[in-house]
Design a protein around this ligand. Structure first.
Ligand code: MN
Ligand code: MN
Length: 315
């Protein structure tokens, strides 16, 4: 049984065919997969500009240009693992609570097949039901969280579940191994000067973006991976961690963010971790007519595939 492969650009022009992620067949039962690429079209947890419901569509559309081999690291994810696009979770656009329940059920079922889910969001609310399912299978996980925001609000408009609260809830529910959590790229204005300190009080490492400016993140990531390793790890990447000049297609942009090379350095440094799931969230393509935000997201998801356990690297 050969692994599912992206459709080549000489078999069908890249602007033709079905726009599955990387033009994968989108036809493999989850029971036969090692990695499931999943879309979660959902944005009713957003606090400012909506539109992340179109994230999976936008990312799939821009992913058609991606090729199977990583020319920098020589990773060969599709030779090594059985990877396919398994489609979208049927969220309920009229009901946030029901959507969150549907997402958790969907991931619990997916994880019975032993796959690693790689998710295209959707707003960051979706990390909570995904982490519930992941922790039900693996126990409390370490977390590499890239974001302009810590997403640890207690409530938003009195609501306990929204895109700015998932990691507060995850701590309360025991889904995270708090000593193995790092939040990278956080910045901007706060409701109070000590907004980020709740994270630190839980044992998280909080890397404010100023610690990242003007430098390679390879040394930082050596420390982060040493901190978060030693058990299963989840990678949650909010596209607004990257500067809005590179990624304007998002709902809550913050200036002076990470660069694209820094984002790639963060993901490549995760090679060797026991990654049990990854997501790329908060892409709202309608605010970026160039398509660059979705193109960036597609490439970062590809880089995530390249660092999953079991991926071989060509000499
Ligand atoms: Mn976020
Ligand atoms: Mn954010």
């Amino acid at each position: 049984m050969s692994n599912p492969q992206p459709l080549g650009g000489n078999q069908m022009p890249r602007f033709g065919g079905l726009a599955s992620f990387m033009r994968l067949p989108a036809a493999t039962p989850p029971a036969e997969l090692d990695v499931a690429v999943v879309g979660v079209p959902f944005d009713i947890g957003t606090s400012n500009r909506p539109g992340a419901r179109f994230g999976p569509r936008g990312i799939r559309a821009e992913s058609v240009l991606l090729r199977p081999y990583n020319m920098a690291t020589r990773a060969a994810p599709f030779d090594s693992l059985r990877i396919d696009d398994v489609g979208d979770v049927p969220t309920n656009p009229y009901n946030l609570t029901d959507s969150v329940a549907r997402i958790e059920t969907w991931y619990r079922d997916l994880l019975t097949h032993g796959v690693v889910p790689v998710t295209m969001g959707g707003d960051h609310t979706i990390a909570l039901p995904i982490l519930r399912a992941v922790a039900a299978k693996h126990g409390p996980v370490g977390l590499v969280h890239v974001d302009a925001h810590t997403d640890i609000n207690d409530v938003m408009f009195g609501e306990r579940v929204a895109h700015g609260t998932p990691f507060r809830r995850a701590v309360e529910e025991g889904l995270l191994d708090c000593a193995r959590v790092a939040q990278i790229g956080v910045r901007g204005t706060g409701y109070a000067a000590d907004d980020f300190d709740w994270s630190r009080e839980q044992g998280f490492r909080v890397v404010q973006v100023e610690e990242c400016w003007h430098r390679s993140l390879v040394p930082l990531m050596a420390e982060v991976t040493a901190q978060v390793g030693g058990g299963p790890v989840y990678l949650s990447f909010d596209i607004d961690g990257i500067d809005p000049s590179f990624a304007p297609g998002t709902g809550t942009p913050e200036i002076a963010g990470l660069t694209v090379p820094q984002a790639v350095e963060i993901i490549r440094a995760c090679r060797g971790l026991d990654l049990v799931g990854c997501d790329l969230v908060e892409v709202a393509p309608i605010y970026d007519t160039s398509g660059n935000t979705s193109l960036l997201a597609a490439n970062l998801l590809y880089e995530m595939l390249c660092v999953l356990p079991g991926v071989e690297y060509r000499p």
